[in-house]
Design a protein around this ligand. Structure first.
Ligand SMILES: [Zn+2]
Length: 123
């Protein structure tokens, strides 16, 4: 016997996920599935974490998996954070937040003392 069911209430998580998906698509992203070879990814991760170059990819490893692992590992490195203006060290942080991972050049970052000076200079 068929009973009429009301559709289940959409959960807050489901609504949030749909919004996120919509935002990403509007920003030009497309969701895709990647198959990553775990050993290749792990070897790339360890080399990235040690701060070593990602190339050459060791023979016999899956390149996409290896490079994905390398990027994740390189991003996890603990790196000093410097003010790009006065060069004072501001502490440490994970590389992915403060450095371009391919060049290991720090992103522009100004300390609290330099920000007002830079603003005054621009006037
Ligand atoms: Zn500074």
């Amino acid at each position: 016997m068929k009973t009429k069911q009301t559709p289940p209430e959409r959960s807050a998580v489901s609504i949030r996920q749909q919004r996120y998906r919509q935002q990403m698509e509007e920003a030009g992203f497309r969701r895709a599935t990647l198959w990553l070879h775990q050993n290749s990814k792990q070897q790339g991760f360890e080399r990235g974490l040690r701060g070593e170059s990602f190339s050459p990819v060791p023979e016999g490893l899956d390149q996409l998996s290896y490079c994905t692992g390398w990027l994740l590992g390189a991003g996890e490195q603990q790196m000093p954070i410097f003010c790009t203006c006065c060069q004072n060290q501001l502490g440490h942080g994970v590389a992915r937040d403060y450095y371009d991972l391919f060049t290991m050049r720090p992103y522009e970052l100004s300390c609290d003392e330099c920000v007002p000076l830079i603003k005054a200079e621009k006037k």
